[in-house]
Design a protein. Structure first.
Length: 138
């Protein structure tokens, strides 16, 4: 007696209903994540540039430096940082960072109980967003 091969009928249990329900949700998550990355990166860059400007400003103002010290400092920093990190840290950009620090002072520090890596809710112009505070430089 010869056995017949067992055949299975292939069906598509997914159908279009499940896909049309799940796909838009996943797309929304991907788009929201992309937007969050952009916002976080922008906040981090502003934080970095403001702090770089602060370090430069404080060094120039510390004690009494000879005339032209600030110009020489920024030019030399620009050369070294550009070779290590690229054109984003040219002397011209360092001047802009110094200007950013001078123009936009932080009026209220984050609460002391917020440590590095924690978040705080910030409400500005009716838009709520979370701000992650990076660890301070050692």
């Amino acid at each position: 007696m010869r056995r017949r091969p067992i055949t299975t009928r292939r069906t598509n249990p997914l159908g279009t209903a499940g896909l049309s329900h799940v796909l838009p949700q996943i797309r929304a998550l991907i788009e929201a994540s992309r937007q969050h990355v952009v916002s976080t990166a922008n906040l981090t860059l502003v934080w970095l540039y403001w702090n770089v400007g602060g370090v430069i400003t404080e060094d120039i103002q510390k004690n009494e430096k000879p005339a032209g010290y600030g110009d020489q400092l920024i030019e030399e920093l620009g050369k070294r940082l550009t070779s290590e990190y690229g054109q984003g840290f040219s002397a011209r950009n360092l001047w802009d960072m110094k200007r950013l620090f001078a123009q936009f002072q932080i009026l209220q520090a984050p609460p002391a109980e917020l440590s590095a890596g924690t978040t705080s809710r910030d409400v500005s112009r009716g838009v709520a967003r979370e701000i992650r505070f990076p660890a301070p430089a050692a």
